[in-house]
Design a protein around this ligand. Structure first.
Ligand code: SF4
Ligand code: SF4
Length: 319
């Protein structure tokens, strides 16, 4: 089964196929839906996906992201050991070593990726980075690590627009992408992730064309806005949620994903920038079942006060 999932995901590693990005998005949608399905059948025993913040904060200045306002704190060894212990006994299939942050700020990132894979060999690991800190040393460490997917966030190939969106130098990052893509020892898959918003919507066609020429798949996600954290710069993306809405499916994140902040705090989701504590990392991720029980019930009933200002919630519950 694990082999089949990996083949499905990584078919584009050596020869890019037109639907690699679609397959990636579909895989994540199905994984989340599977969590909801298990919950409804009273068979939810573990999260399927983890987002792990081994360091907080970010060096970029993205307009759409409150992380730029956060200071950097690194996960200590004690918390990381507790994370590994919980991973070991879990049913996790996928771990993002990224959560509301720039993961390459952690100078022990690759050691942590390797520790996660050693603890749970079947799990798929991914990092999502802005790419600006990918120096030669880090690239060597990454290509020699057990990482499965490296995703680089690029929202446009218009250098001026990119600078105004992220405060970073586009050409510097494109050079890093080329270097990673052509690295002879690279075993992980490389993706580009684009966040669609009102600001870059017109430039996404050009971005896709550019990376199609380089045989790198581009995954486009809509920007989400919770409590107007991003000043309303998102697209009312009803088409992304059309079938979920039709079938009255709630936001599936709390049914599938466990989100762990740098200090071991369990937070609700990657869109919850208030990052309230819903629980703490424990030797068993099963506590996550109880920690989020209340909010799952509210989401299923489509009456959730905590989520009511989130753009995902609003899209799923609008008429
Ligand atoms: S979107 Fe990513 S790169 Fe931009 S500030 Fe937030 S964490 Fe950093
Ligand atoms: S509705 Fe929004 S805030 Fe609530 S769990 Fe889903 S993504 Fe998070």
């Amino acid at each position: 089964m694990k082999k089949r999932i990996k083949n499905f995901l990584f078919a584009g590693r050596y020869s890019w196929k037109i639907d690699t990005a679609v397959k990636y998005s579909l895989f994540h949608a199905l994984l989340q839906y599977h969590g909801l399905h298990l919950f409804k059948k009273n068979r939810l025993r573990s999260p399927l996906l983890m987002q792990l913040q081994t360091v907080s904060g970010c060096n970029a200045e993205c307009k759409l992201c409150p992380s730029r306002r956060q200071k950097s704190n690194k996960m200590n060894d004690e918390v990381f050991a507790a994370v590994l212990k919980s991973i070991e006994s879990s049913g996790l299939k996928y771990i993002y070593i990224t959560l509301q942050n720039e993961p390459t700020l952690d100078d022990t990132l690759c050691a942590k990726i390797n520790a996660v894979k050693t603890t749970k060999p079947g799990v798929i690991t991914e990092i999502i980075t802005n790419g600006s800190l990918l120096n030669d040393r880090l690239m060597e460490e990454l290509v020699n690590s057990k990482l499965d997917i490296c995703t680089i966030s690029i929202d446009t190939v218009d250098a001026g627009l990119f600078k105004s969106l992220r405060g970073l130098d586009l050409f510097h990052i494109l050079a890093k992408v080329d270097k990673l893509k052509n690295h002879p020892q690279r075993k992980f898959s490389l993706f580009i992730r684009c966040t669609r918003s009102t600001i870059n919507n017109h430039a996404i066609g050009g971005l896709k064309k550019y990376f199609r020429g380089k045989h790198i798949p581009v995954v486009v996600w809509p920007a989400n806005d919770r409590n107007n954290d991003i000043d309303g710069q998102y697209i009312p993306h009803s088409r992304y949620y059309y079938f979920f809405k039709l079938l009255k499916i709630p936001c599936t994140i709390p049914f599938c994903i466990i989100n762990i902040a740098w200090d071991g705090r369990l937070i609700l989701c990657c869109n919850d920038w208030s990052a309230n504590r819903w629980g703490s990392i424990s030797p068993s991720v099963k506590t996550w079942i109880d920690d989020l029980a209340g909010i799952r019930g509210q989401l299923i009933a489509h009456r959730c006060d905590y989520c009511k200002n989130c753009s995902i919630y609003k899209n799923l519950n609008s008429r």
